[in-house]
Design a protein around this ligand. Structure first.
Ligand SMILES: Nc1ncnc2c1ncn2[C@@H]1O[C@H](COP(=O)(O)OP(=O)(O)O)[C@@H](O)[C@H]1O
Ligand SMILES: N[C@@H](CCC(=O)OP(=O)(O)O)C(=O)O
Length: 382
């Protein structure tokens, strides 16, 4: 069954590390990037089973920037690293844009910080934008926004970012491509007897003892960040594969269910994981009261909550906060993330989405709570 994890994955986040992207710091590896873009296009077209949605998380900005600035050694000064990232990111974006376009795919640059994803409003905005890009058939190419943060550039790694993106989009799988064949029982650069781990449970603490730091001097995280990323991705139900980025057709073969590299299998189902996440992380900030028709749509048909079915709004909440959805008697039907703040929600009660733009001065989501962000209360349906 583990092989099915990738074969059945419909939404896949692929992360590639700096050492691969920049050929160990020698400069953007055009052939390798072209190869991944070819495979991404094949995945989108459905050449490896059902069509997939793909998101690319690519490192390499600092390494490429250093090359372009003629620096041979990684500077200590944080602002110099940030400057290098800003220079290098131009090259990265340009290269992915060109190679994806050659495959007939549109691309979009998205720069994110961990703080963006911890802030509920920005979290929802990032999620809506990325989902819109996927609906448009455009491949988001994501990196850290190194200009505005410096903790990540110092310690950071894009493995964590890959996992956060997998959480954000509830991806089915995270594929981390690196310069080794997968996770070994010890760092293979140091221990020639190290054995490849083919499969394990994501979050298995014994894996952490196997991982050493980065081996290349170009990448930052090493294996430990990949193992922790797999654990984090499993929190929203995504399994992680760690594989060698230069393995021929690596993405296609993984997506066909071939055993390559290391598979770290998530133990929780996506739906269950989402419920847990909402229960653990978020406090209730308010409620909306809905009529019987809306209650039935939520309970029986698994639909989103539209403002037309809302009769009242209680409390003071912001976009991205968790609210309860209650029926006229006050019984809780569901909880979910509000797309609109309380003041706006009050204006939208009983209104069709065609009226939103006039009322608010802008047009956003037609739903008050999207069904993907909604968890039914126990005894209220599926
Ligand atoms: N147990 C392990 N198995 C495989 N690689 C390991 C292990 N422990 C440490 N490493 C090192 O991690 C490196 C990959 O991490 P890193 O250099 O950060 O790559 P990337 O840029 O792909 O994120 C490998 O080159 C290897 O030397
Ligand atoms: N965001 C930065 C640093 C990321 C980084 O070193 O990550 P990785 O190579 O994945 O361990 C960059 O693009 O250079």
């Amino acid at each position: 069954m583990p092989a099915d994890v990738l074969r059945n994955a419909r939404r896949i986040v692929v992360k590639v590390g700096s050492s691969l992207v920049t050929n160990e710091g020698r400069g953007l590896d055009e052939t390798a990037i072209a190869q991944w873009c070819y495979q991404l296009a094949a995945l989108v077209r459905g050449d490896a089973g059902a069509p997939r949605e793909v998101v690319m998380v690519s490192s390499g900005a600092v390494a490429e920037g250093m090359k372009r600035l003629g620096w041979n050694t990684r500077p200590q000064e944080i602002h110099a690293l940030q400057a290098a990232a800003a220079v290098g990111q131009m090259g990265l974006a340009q290269m992915y844009e060109t190679k994806l376009r050659e495959q007939g795919l549109g691309s979009a640059q998205v720069l994110l910080t961990h703080a963006d994803l911890a802030d509920r409003e920005r979290y929802l905005n990032a999620r809506s934008t990325l989902l819109t890009l996927l609906r448009l058939g455009v491949v988001p190419v994501i990196n850290e926004n190194d200009t505005v943060v410096n903790d990540e550039i110092k310690f950071g790694d894009n493995d964590t970012l890959g996992a956060l993106v997998a959480n954000l989009l509830e991806a089915d799988a995270l594929i981390i491509l690196t310069d080794q064949k997968g996770l070994y029982t010890a760092d293979p650069r140091r221990d020639p007897c190290a054995q490849l781990v083919h499969e394990a449970r994501a979050g298995d603490w014994t894996l952490e003892a196997m991982a050493g730091g980065a081996g290349s001097g170009i990448g930052k995280g090493g294996m430990i960040t990949k193992i922790l990323a797999a654990k984090r991705a499993a929190g929203s139900g995504a399994s992680t594969a760690i594989a060698w980025g230069r393995e021929p057709d690596v993405l296609l073969r993984l997506a066909r269910g071939q055993a390559l590299g290391t598979l770290l299998v998530a133990q929780t189902q996506k739906k269950q994981a989402r419920k847990q996440w909402m229960a653990d992380h978020l406090q209730l900030r308010g409620s909306v009261i809905v009529d019987a028709g809306a209650a039935a749509k939520l309970r029986d048909e698994g639909k989103s909550l539209l403002p037309i079915g809302m009769t009242a709004v209680e409390g003071d909440f912001s976009r991205g906060d968790v609210i309860a959805v209650r029926d006229a008697s006050g019984a809780e039907i569901a909880r979910g993330l509000a797309n609109y703040a309380a003041a706006e929600a009050r204006m939208l009660c009983r209104k069709p989405s065609s009226a939103f733009e006039k009322l608010l001065g802008y047009a956003a989501e037609p739903e008050m709570v999207h069904r993907d962000n909604l968890v039914l209360a126990a005894g209220s349906g599926s």
